[in-house]
Design a protein around this ligand. Structure first.
Ligand SMILES: C[S@@+](CC[C@H](N)C(=O)[O-])C[C@H]1O[C@@H](n2cnc3c(N)ncnc32)[C@H](O)[C@@H]1O
Length: 225
């Protein structure tokens, strides 16, 4: 899991988290298997259940038809989102890692509506331009390399329709964006990128937005222009 237990201590009361996960965010078999696959392959990351359920709910509420995900990994968020897709909707999910692509492919192969998902192999910076002619898109979920977040926001500002959603995970950047001292794993340049990313999306003239206080920070923004 996305280093769930370590950060839980810092961000949210573990008992509260257990309570809400049990009551509101039970993972289905496919998501559980995707998570187990990623743990077995020593890449134990994937959206925590409450983030997955939030993505699912946002899709159910807004009925987006064209969706982009950056950072498939083993496919936990992909399945959470895909389960809320309406019949004609399509999800394009991008993964660069040759080690992780087989995990995502396995998850996708077990999904019953796999014709509604395209797994795009490669770096987001290369794949995104090839998808532009399928746009404008209704929703983008950014969950990949943090130094790339501003580039993904630039892309989203051009390719997400007015009224569409920009959602990004890990926007607390392990606490870096609000703590005085940088966590050792975070570079100053990456912290600057994430602070700028958050500031841009906090602009009320351009976005209706909030950062949800999940373990890692989940930013949800509706594009107003
Ligand atoms: C945090 S994980 C994504 C977890 C996934 N959303 C889930 O819930 O299971 C980040 C993933 O993004 C991929 N990634 C990182 N940088 C990328 C890039 N520039 N282009 C495409 N994928 C990238 C990584 O290989 C990794 O699998």
């Amino acid at each position: 899991m996305k280093e769930m237990s370590n950060n839980t201590k810092n961000m949210i009361n573990p008992q509260a988290l257990h309570y809400l996960r049990t009551l509101f965010a039970k993972e289905d078999t496919l998501v559980k298997e995707a998570r187990e696959r990623s743990v077995n392959e020593d890449f134990p990351i994937g959206v925590p259940p409450e983030v997955g359920k939030t993505l699912h709910l946002l899709i159910a509420l807004t009925n987006p038809q064209k969706i982009i995900e950056i950072g498939t990994h083993a496919g936990c968020s992909m399945i959470w989102m895909a389960r809320a897709l309406s019949k004609e909707a399509h999800l394009y999910t991008i993964e660069r890692s040759p080690d992780r692509l087989p995990l995502a492919k396995k998850t996708l192969s077990e999904f019953d509506r796999q014709d509604q998902i395209t797994l795009c192999e490669g770096f987001a910076r290369d794949v995104l331009p090839t998808l532009e002619d399928k746009g404008p898109f209704d929703l983008i979920f950014i969950d990949a390399d943090k130094p790339g977040y501003l580039n993904y926001l630039d892309w989203a500002e051009k390719n997400i329709r007015k009224g569409g959603l920009i959602i990004a995970d890990d926007t607390f950047l392990f606490g870096a964006v609000y703590q005085k001292n940088l966590p050792s794993r975070v570079r100053p340049s990456t912290c600057h990128i994430m602070k700028t990313f958050n500031q841009r999306l906090a602009n009320p003239e351009k976005y209706l937005s909030i950062m949800l206080p999940s373990e890692h920070g989940l930013l949800v923004a509706q594009k107003l222009f």
